[in-house]
Design a protein around this ligand. Sequence first.
Ligand SMILES: [Zn+2]
Ligand SMILES: [Zn+2]
Length: 134
Amino acid sequence: MALNVAPVRDTKWLTLEVCRQFQRGTCSRSDEECKFAHPPKSCQVENGRVIACFDSLKGRCSRENCKYLHPPTHLKTQLEINGRNNLIQQKTAAAMLAQQMQFMFPGTPLHPVVSTSRLMMGLMIKALVRAMPR
Ligand SMILES: [Zn+2]
Ligand SMILES: [Zn+2]
């Protein structure tokens, strides 16, 4: 049991469901055809899901025997959609939090917080756009 995986960033949106048939060795589809992930042995499967390699989404993973899944094109697309939805959710949550803060503590100097998170969002959106296939 390897319990040394402690992802700092939120990787929930980066997970993919593993093909059950593949796990049993009975899936007749190839990685590109199956709508579920076919992870190699080096990938850690947890609760029937694998974490996709964030770097491979950007096309720049150079790790040998990467322990994260390098998804085929159609799953990459799915992850990009997940990632975008995740960003939107975070943005909405941040906006709601800011509103709540203002409501609960009128006069709270919100601007430093808001501008920082906006900067972060901008960077993340840029990273996502760069990851998009042309
Ligand atoms: Zn399969
Ligand atoms: Zn990788």
